[in-house]
Write a protein that binds this ligand. Structure first.
Ligand code: GAL
Length: 691
């Protein structure tokens, strides 16, 4: 399947500017409108657009009958205007004629219902008919446009798994069996892995195995977990199939598929390894005043998926979305600061869904760069100003984000804590834990990278592991080596519990991490809903909601936090152990945001890293560098003024003004300070309003 899996060559996107623009759907408009589009795109500073993402039926109206004319004309117009093209393979959604001719290629849900045509992505990722047609369409696109001078990169499919990431049809069952046979060899291997003696589930024939459709009660956890892995892999095969065609026809053109930020259903580490550049679609909730914190985590993941290389923000919204229950618009100025945040975190682009706001269809209320009022719309005025402002940041393109802290992102543990039905508590969820831990580091002033559970960790001082439910020896060994060499690892609750087949490690949690952490978990101790216990931490009292553990600590372990109420009163809650020249921490509880800050301040202090004394979650500072110049983005995500204390003077690229000492930013304000490269990662503290 994967002739290019080990292809380490990374093709550059063919664009010599920060990419600015959006999804373009000219087939929803008259040709006359296209000319106006081009004029306004130039005015707005557009450098790249993405198309024709959902246009398969317009390009192949009948099987084997192509209509390329309109796309030829649009691409030529764009190219003549100097606008680069993120060219979609047009395989995001099947034409109706394909599905009607082959109804078996449609997706099924877990209840065994076939999903109808009438939306998008009506396909089963495992369907041979779908795959055959995808390869055919991709080849047709590549052969027709592979040499087009405007082509910047290939945009494969669109947001894999947005609507259908798992399929429960009989073809999926057949594919699942093949995947299981590959993994376990024979039926004995599968029976052993799935622990089938529990509840009488022994299989005597491969044909008896199905995808986990709705069953009378909780389903075998290993079956559920394997279905998550299989489903991610099935989509990955689909991706690889297109990559293989494109590599064959256009070996020098970069390929990508647009991700959906921290998306549970697909293991993006695997996807990113196959493509040339990571691209992301980001829709922070405008109604949530802290949505930029989640965005920082998502962007940290995006830049880390390919080892710190710049990525592209391919979609965002100029104001409101239309798929939430209530779609709140973005206040004036918010588009700018949110867009600059993506650039701060390593994006070499700011792009939107979509260029021109639709007048019909499912997304007509979704904001666009060019709103229904055309050039008079606020979104056009604001995005145009942004597009022109971005030209001042050209030197930032290609630079990398500097970070001392990384957070372990592990899809297996994410699936384990969310797909499996029988757990001590459903309140401890991987994604919530990751967000809470990231939020604390963000608040204390650190840009956080993402890293796999087995590393590499060497670039960092501190690695936080919010939850690693499924852990193996190789991961534990990598963490241990990091700590012995002076690194600091913080492991969160319910980690090292099971192995890859969902079997509890010998002796219980934290399994392979036991030697490093120096603790054992006697019992998981989830708290009833609404119960909040307390712990003492270094003279402070912190709240413990939802989750605790009865742990036993070795004699050489320092107990930093102690339970101060409930059955566990007096027992260790948070521990630290010196190993080699580093330290290994275990946080056995869930914590409220304040408590997280208390603990992480202590972690940072003992790792020799700074932490903000005065905190304001709205005030973000991130530094990119090319090794000669540091570019420090100062961002105010709130409406109240904030004041940043600069460690070195420089020039604000957005205004051209000198910047030194304290930089004050008003609501939604931003500055990008260029200063000589500093040996250690610049740390930007905040000045309290009354200081
Ligand atoms: C994305 C999708 C776009 C558009 C957008 C609206 O998920 O890729 O096609 O639907 O959302 O927010």
């Amino acid at each position: 399947m994967t002739q290019h899996r080990d292809d380490e060559r990374v093709r550059e996107v063919r664009i010599d500017a920060l990419a600015f623009g959006g999804d373009y759907n000219p087939d929803q408009w008259s040709e006359e409108t296209w000319h106006e589009d081009i004029r306004l795109m130039k005015e707005a500073g557009v450098t790249m657009v993405s198309l024709p993402i959902f246009s398969w039926p317009q390009l192949e109206p009948e099987p084997g009958v192509y209509d390329w004319g309109w796309l030829d004309r649009v691409l030529d117009l764009l190219h003549a205007a100097g606008i680069r093209i993120d060219l979609a393979t047009a395989t995001a959604t099947p034409p109706s004629w394909l599905l009607r001719a082959h109804p078996e290629m449609g997706p099924w849900d877990a209840e065994g219902r076939r999903l109808e045509f009438g939306s998008r992505q009506t396909y089963c990722p495992s369907s041979p008919i779908w795959r055959e047609n995808v390869a055919r369409m991709t080849r047709a696109m590549a052969e027709r446009y592979g040499e087009h001078p405007g082509l910047a990169m290939w945009h494969i499919s669109n947001e894999y798994g947005d609507h259908v990431s798992r399929c429960w049809c009989s073809e999926s069952s057949r594919h699942f069996r093949r995947w299981l046979a590959d993994r376990y060899g024979d039926l004995d291997g599968l029976n052993e892995a799935w622990g089938v003696n529990v509840w009488g589930q022994r299989y005597t024939s491969w044909d008896h195995i199905e995808v986990p459709r709705t069953a009378p009660g909780p389903i075998n956890p290993t079956q559920l977990l394997d279905f998550e892995r299989f489903s991610s892999d099935a989509m990955l095969e689909l991706f690889q199939l297109e990559i293989d065609v494109l590599r064959e026809v256009t070996p020098d053109i970069a390929v990508t598929t647009n991700f959906m930020s921290m998306f549970r259903d697909l293991d993006y580490w695997d996807f990113a390894a196959r493509e040339d550049i990571v691209t992301d679609d980001a829709y922070p909730e405008p109604a949530d005043p802290a949505s930029h914190v989640g965005a920082a985590l998502n962007y940290g993941l995006m830049r880390s998926l390919k080892g710190g290389r710049p990525w592209l923000l391919l979609e965002s919204s100029a104001s409101a979305t239309s798929w939430r229950d209530v779609n709140v618009p973005k206040a004036p100025g918010k588009i700018r600061v949110e867009s600059l945040q993506a650039v701060a975190h390593g994006s070499d682009s700011v792009m939107f869904f979509q260029w021109r706001q639709a007048r019909y269809g499912q997304e007509k209320f979704h904001s666009s760069m060019l709103g229904h009022r055309g050039e008079r719309s606020r979104s056009f005025q604001e995005t145009k100003a942004l597009g022109n402002e971005l030209k001042r940041l050209e030197q930032v393109r290609g630079t990398r984000v500097r970070s001392r802290v990384a957070l372990v992102v592990d899809w297996d543990s994410w699936w384990g804590s969310s797909a499996v039905e029988s757990l001590p508590s459903q309140r401890l969820q991987w994604a919530d834990q990751a967000r809470a831990w990231h939020r604390a580091m963000h608040t204390l002033g650190h840009a956080v990278d993402a890293v796999r559970a087995a590393g590499p960790f060497e670039e960092y001082d501190v690695v936080v592991v919010p939850n690693l439910y499924i852990a193996d020896q190789a991961q534990a060994d990598a963490m241990r080596a990091f700590v012995e060499n002076g690194g600091h690892v913080v492991v969160g609750p319910f980690s090292g519990v099971v192995d890859a087949t969902e079997k509890v490690h010998e002796g219980g949690a934290p399994g392979p991490l036991r030697d490093l952490l120096g603790i054992e978990v006697d019992e998981q101790w989830p708290l009833a809903d609404g119960v909040v216990e307390r712990a003492f931490y270094d003279g402070d009292t912190i709240d413990v909601p939802c989750w605790a553990e009865w742990i036993e600590a070795d004699a050489d372990v320092e107990v930093r936090g102690v339970h101060a109420s409930g059955v566990l009163e007096g027992r260790p809650a948070i521990t630290r152990r010196t190993v080699g020249s580093g330290s290994a921490w275990y946080v056995s509880t869930m914590l409220e945001p304040e408590g997280m800050l208390t603990v992480f301040r202590d972690v940072l202090r003992s790792a020799g890293l700074p932490a903000r004394r005065h905190v304001d979650v709205d005030a973000e500072a991130v530094t990119r560098t090319d090794g000669t110049t540091d570019y420090t983005f100062l961002l105010n995500h709130g409406t109240a003024p904030v004041a940043f204390a600069l460690p070195a003077s420089g020039v604000d690229l957005l205004t051209g003004a000198d910047a030194a000492g304290v930089v004050e930013l008003g609501g939604y304000g931003a500055a990008v300070i260029a200063s000589p490269h500093a040996a250690s990662v610049p740390f930007i503290s905040l000045t309290a309003p009354n200081e």
